[in-house]
Design a protein around this ligand. Structure first.
Ligand code: Q9C
Ligand code: ZN
Length: 345
């Protein structure tokens, strides 16, 4: 199984997040990628391929130009305002209140952070742009491989992507790697593409990007938003709009869900994917559904991830697996490897 990663993706490092009122080291750390790399080596995978550089243009298929420009200079702007450490917003436009938009480079860095970010858990540091840029290139390269006939590939994207929307970042995500890959597969000739998101958290960014599109199916199994991040969407009654009506499927499950509760939802999502008629599959793979994850509440076991891969393989589609979450740092690798092995024919 070919897989893609660049050490430049480690550059987003040393950031701190405000989590439930305390400043703590960011859960989404570069060591996650190191442990995944080590586990794949242990399992006999070949060395990773370096991502190809597609430039910034493909990012604009899923993101607004002003947002991309903001991310590029955000940390320099933060430093120019006299601060060090993690660039985090502390104020947001009140919902329903008046808010001056759009932001211009003349607006304070604090205004711009609050405008483009939706949480206080996603620090920007000196290496964030470089890491997020190469994470996106890793996903785009994975899509290239599928377009060139490879049946199964793994994009070790880090930082992750599924919480990032066209014009916003948050939830440890900057560019929506899975969305970029899906868009690339569309442009490579797949008339319909499916993104299946098995991260513990709802992929609000991916849902937003494809909400009104019927050509890209978005299916997600995730923790009930009544209790879990991102809280404001991911409910079962969100099914898409306009041309995208019916092309979004949300299957929220309660905290404590184990494989017995998870498997029927997965089967339902696979049936809906078949009905949609996609000819290529992007899997947003978070292994934060593992029972030992420090910020999540499902109860999947390591062997359940192999079963998950086997179920996804039943679609019989060219498949790109894109890394999302998973924060039990030393244990994420085995779970990822099991999904990939399960997907193998
Ligand atoms: N105590 C991904 O898995 N922090 N992002 C929630 C709740 C945000 C997770 C804090 C979690 C984002 C890609
Ligand atoms: Zn997650």
């Amino acid at each position: 199984i070919p897989w893609i990663f660049s050490p430049l993706q480690r550059s987003h490092a040393g950031g701190e997040e405000l989590n439930r009122g305390s400043i703590v080291p960011c859960h989404e750390c570069p060591e996650r990628a190191d442990f995944i790399t080590a586990a794949l080596r242990d399992q006999g995978f070949a060395e990773p391929l370096a991502p190809r550089d597609h430039g910034e243009q493909p990012l604009l298929a899923c993101h607004d130009a002003d947002f991309v420009a903001f991310l590029k200079t955000a940390y320099a702007d933060w430093r120019a305002s006299g601060r060090e450490g993690s660039a985090l917003p502390f104020t947001f436009p009140a919902s329903g209140g008046m808010a001056r938009r759009p932001m211009t480079p003349q607006n304070s860095i604090f205004a711009r952070l609050g405008h483009y970010c939706f949480d206080v858990g996603t620090p920007i540091v000196g290496g964030t742009w470089e890491a997020a840029y190469w994470s996106a290139q890793t996903a785009l390269t994975g899509a290239d491989l599928l377009a060139e006939g490879v049946p199964l590939a793994f994009a070790l994207c880090r930082p992750p992507g599924h919480h990032a929307g066209r014009g916003y970042y948050g939830g440890y995500c900057f560019f929506n790697n899975a969305a970029l890959a899906a868009e690339s597969l569309r442009q490579a000739g797949h008339a319909k593409v499916a993104i299946l998101d098995v991260d513990y958290h709802h992929g609000n960014g991916t849902q937003d990007i494809f909400w009104q599109r019927g050509d890209v199916f978005y299916g997600s199994i995730h923790a009930e938003p009544l209790t879990d991040f991102p809280y404001f969407c991911g409910y079962a009654d969100e099914t898409g709009a306009g041309d995208g009506a019916g092309a979004t499927l949300n299957l929220p499950l309660p905290r404590g869900t184990d494989w017995q509760g998870y498997q029927p939802a997965l089967e339902q999502m696979l049936a809906a994917t078949k009905a949609h008629g996609a000819t290529a599959l992007v899997v947003s793979l978070g292994v934060d559904t593992w029972y030992g994850d420090p910020i999540s509440g499902f109860a999947l076991q390591t062997e359940d991830f192999a079963a998950m891969g086997q179920h996804l393989a039943l679609l019989g589609l060219p498949t790109l697996v894109v890394m999302e979450g998973g924060y039990a740092v030393a244990d994420v690798g085995k779970n990822v490897a099991n999904v990939l092995r399960g997907l193998e024919p």
